[in-house]
Design a protein around this ligand. Structure first.
Ligand code: ADP
Ligand code: ZN
Length: 436
């Protein structure tokens, strides 16, 4: 086996052969999906026969979370529930969770993809993998657990939470790879500081960070704080979970595993498929799923395909770091804003701390953004007095980036609520609800 690849032949397959494989798998997937109550009337034999090339895919209808909810729980199931062996659920970021069923074959494919992803980022049999993602219905934990075992690493299934114990495990068992939510990685660092342990003294090599939108600046901060390389990991429970798209050693976009998924980028407003390189919503079709195949699933995640070939030699196209979800977009006084843009702007200001929350309020019929941001313990002297300079720099950075003027409230280190799972970054007090 070539040591740079988990499966060299498939990872470096030429485009023509990859597309032939995709079409073959798509046709099989359509036959299977037609057994599900939801697809029965849509995927008629005539419709399936009309799909002769990958270019015909856009003639099939798209589905999204709403369809999964309306057909909850078995409407998309293409087999008897008893023939599936596991159920997972999304974390319910934007409402009632959705459920996904897997056959043993589905799980085998998923396990292989997560192993392929971690191998690509340098994890090997001799590594110690601490999986700090929640185990259970959330796919973050079990997804990588089985992949890391298949790879042969020693897996510490520590799950999320109990930060001091996590650090103890890292020290005691020489953890080299960590799977963690990026916002929690920042929070964990303050526990390291509290315990007076320098992560640079440990055996840590790399972090896999994913499950929530985060900026390049945040990745660099994680790398810097821990002295590791941090690899972006993308996935969603409807498509299995993590291991759908992952960064290689180049750390410049995530290879989306196209032998198992067809990706399209669409204009979220019109549904029209956009050419490679343009930014839009990622739409995915499963190619190797038996229990619950999904055709043209709208992820609502915004990104773009990087058309240039990757120097690593893998031919599966890369997607750029997610810019946010289309349903996360805030409209502030008529200006469209993604929480991640605010994060990008804030991170240019030195000495901001490890956590922040964006509050949107309506005052005197005007939308206002409040940014509550912790200051870095390094520069905190016990009082927030006299830190106006930092406050003004944040205001200016956000105004320059977004053209709107936020109100900034500086907070003491570790005073904002911290989550061990996905961070709740936005509180929209205009609607009195919570989004992440
Ligand atoms: P939920 O939709 O309830 O949050 P999941 O737990 O399946 O369900 O989370 C999947 C979503 O998490 C993705 O659709 C995406 O919005 C977000 N996500 C996952 N990984 C990343 C990542 N690396 N970068 C940005 N967003 C991510
Ligand atoms: Zn690459």
């Amino acid at each position: 086996m070539d040591t740079a690849f988990w499966e060299k032949d498939i990872e470096t397959i030429d485009r023509g052969a990859l597309e032939t494989l995709q079409l073959e798998r798509l046709k099989r997937t359509l036959q299977i999906a037609a057994r599900a109550p939801y697809y029965r009337s849509i995927l008629t034999p005539e419709k399936i026969a009309s799909i002769r090339s990958l270019r015909d895919l856009p003639s099939l209808p798209m589905v999204d979370k709403k369809d999964l909810r309306e057909n909850f729980p078995y409407g998309f199931l293409a087999c008897d529930p008893k023939d599936s062996v596991r159920m997972h659920s999304s974390s319910g970021t934007t409402g009632t969770p959705t459920v996904v069923f897997h056959s043993q074959n589905d799980l085998d494919h998923w396990t292989n993809l997560t192993a392929r992803s971690m191998y690509m980022a340098g994890m090997r049999k001799s590594d110690v993998f601490q999986n700090m993602m929640g185990y259970g219905l959330f796919t973050g934990g079990l997804g990588f657990h089985y992949g890391a075992e298949r790879l042969g690493a020693l897996v510490l299934p520590t799950s999320a939470g109990n930060s001091k114990r996590q650090i103890w495990f890292m020290q005691t068992f020489g953890t080299t790879f960590v799977h963690i939510v990026p916002s929690y990685a920042l929070r964990l660092f303050s526990v390291f500081q509290e315990m007076r342990v320098d992560p640079h003294d440990l055996a840590l090599k790399s972090f896999f960070i994913g499950a929530e939108p985060h900026s390049e600046a945040l990745r660099l901060q994680v790398q810097d704080l821990y002295g590791v390389r941090a690899y972006n990991s993308y996935g969603l429970s409807e498509m299995a979970g993590p291991g759908i798209a992952f960064e290689c050693g180049e750390q410049n976009g995530m290879h989306l595993w196209e032998d198992e998924y067809i990706m399209e980028i669409i204009d979220p407003a019109t549904g029209e498929v956009l050419p490679d390189g343009e930014c839009g919503e990622l739409v995915l079709t499963t190619l190797c799923r038996d229990a619950m195949p999904l055709i043209r699933y709208r992820t609502h995640d915004l990104s773009r395909i990087i058309p240039e070939p990757c120097p690593c030699g893998r031919t599966h196209r890369r997607v750029e770091r997610m810019r946010g979800r289309s349903d996360d977009m805030l409209i502030i006084g008529g200006v469209n804003v993604f929480p991640l843009q605010i994060e990008c702007a804030m991170m240019t200001v030195p000495d901001i701390g490890n956590n922040y929350v964006i509050e949107i309020r309506n005052e005197d019929y005007l939308d206002r953004i409040y940014i509550k941001v912790e200051v870095n313990p390094r520069c905190f002297t016990g009082s927030l007095e006299g830190m106006d300079d930092m406050k003004n720099r944040i205001v200016n950075a956000v105004r320059t980036e977004l053209g709107i003027t936020p109100k900034v409230v500086l907070m003491e280190p570790n005073s904002l609520p911290a989550s061990e799972g996905k961070a709740k970054r936005v509180v929209d007090l205009r609607r009195n609800d919570y989004k992440s």
